[in-house]
Design a binder for this molecule. Structure first.
Ligand SMILES: O=C(O)COP(=O)(O)O
Ligand SMILES: [Mg+2]
Length: 232
């Protein structure tokens, strides 16, 4: 059994049917179930809030989560890793740039989401002047004190897991996945991913979003099946 391979899986735009929907790709989830039977552990690594991410991981039978773009992790225990943003500052940003706050913001403490997702220079300047950082996932703008994004939570998770980086696979679709790719030996971008992510990936799937996840995980399962047969 291969119990030291870890998959870090982005959610929106990766495990979903496409980058313009929140509907999950059920065939990709079925492939995840199969590869977990081979001892591979799968974690959701997302910009979504902790309750949403942990709830989803629980019901999908995944091994844990990194939520709020790296600021909260759950693996056996919950850990918070970033500086909280004062709610008045969140409101000031939302009003100043006439944005719509994510419905999940009431469940967030460190990384807040806003729509539309388009980054503007004046927003970045406003944020940086206050020691804050602004990123876009393509789904939403994200404001936080964490400049390293998902890398912060993934770094902590991997140290808790004690896995070697060579056994870490990361799969994503957007700019906010670039940070976590630094900690993975295999960097997978789905075919409809942002160009900047594809540029640093060492695998680009043929399929888009969930189709790409299904394609990659199915090929990985076949490879692990083959290696398990050889070692029996
Ligand atoms: O929360 C978002 O904006 C997108 O979430 P993701 O990191 O799962 O793509
Ligand atoms: Mg995404």
């Amino acid at each position: 059994m291969n119990n030291n391979v870890v998959i870090l899986l982005d959610l929106d735009g990766t495990l979903t049917l496409d980058r313009n929907t929140y509907s999950l790709d059920l065939e990709a989830i079925s492939e995840i179930r199969n590869i977990q039977k081979l001892g591979v552990r799968v974690f959701i690594v997302t910009g979504n809030s902790y309750p949403v991410s942990r709830g989803l991981a629980t019901y999908l039978g995944l091994d844990g989560v990194v939520a709020e773009n790296g600021c909260v992790i759950y693996f056996d225990e919950e850990e918070s890793l970033c500086k909280e943003i004062d709610s008045n500052l969140v409101l000031e940003f939302e009003r100043k740039f006439n944005l719509k706050g994510s419905w999940q913001n009431r469940y967030r403490r460190y990384d807040f989401g806003f729509y539309p997702p388009d980054l503007k220079d004046d927003m970045i300047s406003w944020a940086n002047y206050r020691g804050l950082y602004l990123k876009t996932s393509g789904y939403a703008l994200h404001l936080s004190y964490n400049d390293k994004g998902k890398e912060v939570g993934v770094n902590r998770l991997l140290s808790l897991l004690g896995v070697d980086r060579k056994n870490v696979i990361a799969i994503g679709d957007s700019l906010t996945d670039i940070d976590m790719m630094k900690l993975a030996a295999i960097k997978v971008a789905v075919s409809n991913a942002d160009e900047e992510l594809k540029a640093i990936a060492n695998v680009v799937t043929k399929g888009s979003s969930g189709e790409g996840v299904k394609e990659y995980i199915s090929s990985l399962a076949n490879a692990l099946h083959g290696s398990n047969k050889r070692t029996c």
